[in-house]
Design a protein around this ligand. Sequence first.
Ligand code: PLP
Length: 219
Amino acid sequence: MPVDLITYKQILESLGSVVLVAVSKTKPNSDIEALYAAGQRDFGENYVQELVDKQASLPEDIRWHFIGHLQSNKVKYIASFVHLIHGIDSIKLLQEVNKQAIKANRVIDCLLQMHIAQEETKFGLDEEELNNILDQLHAFPHVRVRGLMGMASFTENQEQVKMEFSLLKHYFDTAKAKLASPEFDTLSMGMSGDYTLAIEQGSTLVRIGSLLFGARQYQ
Ligand SMILES: *Cc1c(COP(=O)(O)O)cnc(C)c1O
C-alpha cells in the first residue's frame, strides 16, 4: 500500500501543536521520501541497523527518533545523529548515552520510558525508578531529559487506555515540577489506535505508523 497523503494531511490538521513522529519501521525509503516530499521531517524507527541504513541514504534534515528498546552496546551507532531517544529505561543506558554523546561532542535529547500498561512484557520504569533516575541526572551532563514516553495496553477497553495515559500525564507533571526545567516539555504518548485519546490526556507528541504507511509485514 502506498503512503496515504490524504490521511497524513487530516492527521496533521487534527494535531494542532502536537508533534507527529511518522513511524517508518519496516517501511522502504520510498515511503519515507513520499512523506518527506509532503513536508514531514520527524520519523521514528525501532531497529538500530535499519535506522543507521536509512539515515545514511535519506535527506540530512530528517529528525530521527529512536522509539524502540535500545541496547547499551548499540548506542554508539546512532549517537552522532539521533534527534530524540524515546526509550531510556535504566541508569546503565543513560550512562552509555552520556558516554557516546561526549564522544560525538553533542548533547543528546532523551525521554524516560514509563511502564503504564497491564502487559508485563512492555518495557519501562515504575515511579520509584523514575525518581531515582531524576535524582541522578546531574551526573549525565551530555544527556538532556526532555520528558517521558509510554505505551498503553493493547486493548479495546478505552477506559483502561485513558486511565493509563492519565497516569503517565500525572508522572510527567510530577517530574516536571521536581526538575523545574523548561526543557522538560515532551510527553510522547499515542499511536495509530489511541492517539486521539492520548491527546485528550495531554500528549505533546504522537508516534503514528500504520495509519500513515499501512499495516506492517513484521514487527
Ligand atoms: C510501532 C510503534 C509505534 C507505531 O505503531 P502504529 O500502531 O503502527 O501507529 C509507535 N510507538 C512505538 C514504540 C512503536 O514500536
